[in-house]
Design a protein around this ligand. Structure first.
Ligand code: WT7
Length: 588
């Protein structure tokens, strides 16, 4: 356990005379005092004359109307050396065509349209087109396998899905269980062999037939825009739903936190299948009208440095696991020209002080930690360019946002002690608008006027927030959120397994790794081959990133008398920690 005392070593002092560009916020305290969401909305969001709005119009069309049509919106680097650029005007036309294509497939406002594609430009065209017509767009990570796909597509009752020939077989297997899925659009890029069928349509055919003009849907701020499934401790992943008006916080934070300015080249390394990819790889940067880079290739230190150098990235938003991998790599930073870089930010899991100090040393720039969640729709606590950094701290609340550490009764804890990290929900403009089909789950986030994040943290005397851990059993591995129940469910599908308990085990590189405690059927031997088999099963049936890297066979799982697995005990045992309160434990 981390101690609830701030580290006061190595504060990184900011010297305003050393900035290559004046930051968009030059005084945190006065910005916090003066900020209101009403004023920001007037400044950053364009409404139609009738008072309605559309996020995609704000991301693309308004910049074309403002004379920036020829500006590059997207620099795409493909996995096989493809090198493409798209201007705002090109994206306007393509997304209009795609919105028309979806309309030709009877997609209407409020219908769920899902995207299951690798990082290729068509994914953005689909995303923008879906928003333009008012469908609720769901994005999915390309590593998802049948179990993760079926959870999302059946709960949301998705009507249309776009994918490619490589990923389609996973959909084909489960389509019979998805009565609401009417058609699948196949993007031809990347494969010669195209699946055929009455309910399969092709991207190119649709686009060729579609007009480049489209009457963008006029929507209210609260009309739903995108949905993302995210994991909790119990049950299946839940659909977090956001609205068109949520683009405001995306834009505000891209400007004030990521400090993106008009001539920046910006790179967010997150995948569009996760919330960071949606908010900071689409809504925020394009909402501000800046040029962003997108790379399809898998992570490699050489590849990333090459990309930073070749595309002259100035602002870079990435995740702690990647930073630690770069830190541990033998690739030499000085072999690359990274002189364009001017501002670095990180998100997704705790950013350890060593990583901040390392980047300060090798790039001459410290990573700025940012904190938020899928449910919040935008950065809420963060380190600003102008603010001194206390390495290891998540920083301070965004202007507009009220954050606090509270006890279980909702009373604010003021003495630097650990408690629940909570936010006043009405101060987070982009907070989720619904949990799809699950009001009870939605309501469970709110108590005593607070939104409870599920994170434990403390606040130091200078107002900096420090992350301590999760209050629940949610696992964070390589910045990605994994529910123990989903992994346990996948493991028990294997014929050798009776039951399984899954925890996050601290790992220097990945933050946490998934560890499974597995009870085998009588007579089955717990061999290393079986471990490999179980790992492979989860990889192939749930998702490539959500498999247990460690498996331990045990005789019995610790459970409460009501039969719930006590993962807390598994974790305490694993880490050699005190077991704590075991009064609800059944005979173990
Ligand atoms: C959970 C939310 C926010 C976009 C990506 C993750 C953890 C997030 C930090 C940070 C420590 C962090 C928290 C949070 N987390 N950022 N800077 N320091 N922990 O979104 O998948 O919804 O996960 O990620 O535990 O609750 P997400």
């Amino acid at each position: 356990m981390k101690q609830a005392t701030p580290m006061n070593t190595d504060i990184i002092k900011k010297d305003p005379t050393k900035f290559t560009k004046t930051p968009n916020i030059s005084d945190y305290t006065s910005s916090y005092k003066d900020f209101t969401w009403e004023k920001a909305e007037k400044e950053f969001v364009t409404f139609f004359e009738d008072g309605t709005v559309n996020a995609a119009y704000n991301m693309i069309d308004r910049h074309v109307e403002n004379g920036k049509g020829d500006k590059t919106a997207l620099i795409y680097k493909g996995a096989n050396g493809e090198n493409e650029t798209y201007t705002f005007q090109q994206l306007q036309k393509l997304s209009n065509q795609f919105a028309n294509a979806l309309t030709s497939l009877d997609v209407e406002k409020g219908d769920r349209f899902f995207i299951f594609l690798p990082a290729i430009p068509e994914r953005y065209v689909a995303f923008l087109g879906g928003l333009k017509l008012g469908s609720i767009v769901g994005t999915m990570f390309a590593a998802f396998q049948e179990a993760a796909l079926i959870d999302r597509l059946s709960d949301s009752k998705a009507k249309i899905l776009i994918t490619n020939a490589v990923l389609f077989p996973r959909i084909e297997k489960i389509w019979k269980d998805l009565p609401h899925l009417e058609k699948v659009i196949i993007v031809e890029r990347g494969s010669q062999d195209q699946p055929k069928g009455d309910t399969i349509v092709y991207y190119k055919d649709l686009m060729d037939k579609a007009s480049e003009d489209f009457a963008i849907a006029h929507l209210s701020k609260d009309d739903f825009s995108y949905m993302l499934y995210t994991s909790g401790t119990t049950g299946k992943p839940k659909g977090v739903v956001h609205a068109h008006g949520d683009i405001l916080q995306a834009i505000v934070t891209t400007k004030y936190v990521l400090d993106v300015q008009d001539d920046d080249i910006y790179w967010c390394t997150a995948d569009l299948g996760w919330v960071t990819g949606v908010v900071y790889g689409a809504l925020g940067p394009w909402g501000l009208g800046v040029t962003q880079v997108m790379s399809e290739a898998r992570f490699s230190p050489e590849g990333w440095y090459q990309l930073l150098q070749d595309t002259k990235v100035t602002v870079w938003y990435t995740a702690p696991t990647a930073i630690r991998m770069l830190m541990g790599s033998s690739v030499k930073v000085k072999d690359y020209d990274l002189s364009s870089l001017r501002h670095l930010c990180s998100v997704g899991e705790p950013l350890n002080p060593e990583a901040v100090m390392w980047s300060y040393e090798v790039y001459g720039l410290p990573f700025h930690d940012t904190w938020w969640q899928t449910e919040l729709g935008g950065i809420s606590i963060t380190n600003f360019p102008i603010m001194d950094i206390k390495p290891g701290s998540m920083g301070k609340p965004l202007p507009g946002v009220v954050a606090a550490i509270v006890d279980d009764e909702g009373k604010e804890i003021l003495d630097e002690a650990e408690g629940n990290l909570a936010l006043r929900p009405e101060t987070v403009s982009s907070i989720m608008k619904q949990i799809w089909n699950n009001e009870e789950k939605y309501n469970s986030y709110f108590s005593h006027g607070w939104y409870l994040s599920g994170d434990r943290a403390f606040k130091d005397k200078d107002g900096y927030f420090w992350f301590v851990g999760r209050a629940d059993d949610v696992i964070k591995t390589m910045g990605e959120r994994v529910g123990p129940f989903e992994v346990e469910s996948s493991l028990v599908e294997c014929e050798e397994v009776i039951e399984a308990g899954v925890i996050g085990k601290p790992d220097e590189l990945r933050g946490e790794i998934i560890k499974a405690f597995v009870v085998l059927k009588p007579g089955i031997e717990g061999t290393d081959e079986l471990k490999e088999k179980l790992k492979a099963y989860v990889k192939q049936h749930l998702a490539g990133h959500a498999y247990p890297r460690e498996i331990e066979f045990i005789d019995k799982l610790p459970k409460t008398r009501s039969g719930k697995i006590m993962r807390r005990l598994l974790k305490a045992k694993e880490l050699g920690l005190p077991l704590g309160d075991t009064s609800t434990l059944e005979d173990y």
